[in-house]
Design a protein. Structure first.
Lengths: 219, 219
DNA sequence: GGTAATCTGTGACTTTGTCACCAAGTTATT
DNA sequence: AATAACTTGGTGACAAAGTCACAGATTACC
């Protein structure tokens, strides 16, 4: 691992700051670019644990009736809790992964990964907090689906994915529908209504003029 | 810990079979009965990790708009992944727990719990598999909500909670609605329809004559 | 036996999801 | 540049599920 690579990793994973120069030079640690659609299948015994530096990876499972069930997606600065648990629990990886956007990944041989967790408190906390965070995110999602209207869920998504200084978001209705687990038509209709009320404007592949402060936050 | 108590624990947690007699006698390990409605609040630093021998415990969090969001429920033979992650990650417990049915619990001081995880492979695997299992259960739930009809979800619930030799289930429409995250009226109506089709019979607080083999399994 | 609490049934209405299909815009192909 | 193929978004009609309001039925408990 070269110095600039290490700096890049630390920018995304500050919890690795405690690592000594010797630890960074251990055999097998590397940064690689993984092309879109690269896939890891369920049941493989992993040699490396990936830490995502950039890109987008979907983790999924096949359900009893053959559909793919998305467990979650990983982006910059995230690790896969299921991989961590398979390494720490010494069991096979119980899911599949598919790279959705070309991704930059830090590969850490499982033995070294395990050693880092044992030795370095910051990294250990990061890993176990990832577990907890993922469980809580998923619970919130279940709750949102059950109790919040589509309108509110769209609003919250827009608020979360824009900044005050940038009031537009590049996303198609279809993508947004997948994100929120609903149908494209529902998104189109709801956005149209919101446009009529002057809360935002819709354009092909883009939502602009988002009035963050006027979007309904709760209820 | 007495011999009969240890046997009771091992019946529920076979992964603890490797423990030596000395380990069972360590200070602080105990089996206690916890009454219904006993609650642990968010943010407490836990001294003991509970392993559930019997009963029902709900783990929940307060959402941003003040509602209680149920993360999951624990029954006999289960541990709380969030507690495990807070102990292993040395952070505070990020959720609340409420005992719903009087429960029998094995309390393990956190230090000992941690030592068990380090020393005993079976227990370590059990803990990390609990994480993985919980994540997968929650994903399946999200998927079911999104893609399966109420009718199918009721059918699957009935199949899962009855045995071939017992074709009835004691549950109110309200409880079933909460389990499936829907409204009581929807359950009542759907059960009524299913009764008309001869798939089951409804009685106050009970569903009887469940024709397991005729219930739709998928779709 | 009377009263309260719990459980279930129903109609009317709203929201969300599904299906089928069209129109406009974009990209690829020749 | 003309055409085809694909993406994206729009719409109407209908189905499924959730919400609200209220009424009966059954059970529990003084």
């Amino acid at each position: 691992m070269q110095k600039d690579q290490i700096a890049e990793v630390l920018a995304r994973f500050p919890s690795l700051a405690e690592l000594t120069p010797e630890e960074w030079q251990e055999e097998g640690i590397s940064v690689t670019t993984v092309p879109a659609n690269f896939t890891i299948d369920e049941g493989e015994f992993l040699e490396n644990a990936p830490l995502i530096l950039d890109g987008l990876v979907r983790i999924f499972k096949l359900s009893s009736d053959g559909r793919e069930v998305t467990l979650y997606r990983l982006t910059a600065g995230e690790c896969c809790p299921l991989i961590a648990s398979s390494i720490l629990g010494e069991t096979v990886y119980e899911a599949s992964a598919c790279v959705e956007k070309p991704s930059l990944v830090l590969n850490v041989p499982t033995k070294i990964y395990k050693k880092w967790i044992e030795k370095h408190q910051d990294f250990r906390q990061y890993i176990f907090q990832s577990f907890a965070r993922r469980l809580i995110i998923m619970s919130n999602l279940i709750d949102d689906i059950n109790f919040k209207s589509i309108r509110v869920r769209i609003s919250e998504y827009l608020i979360e994915h824009t900044r005050a200084e940038n009031d537009s978001l590049a996303i198609t209705h279809d993508q947004l529908a997948i994100e929120l687990g609903t149908a494209r038509e529902v998104i189109s209709r709801t956005l149209k209504k919101m446009e009529k009320e002057g809360l935002l404007r819709v354009a092909r592949g883009q939502i602009t003029d988002i009035q963050r402060s006027r979007l309904p936050a709760v209820q």
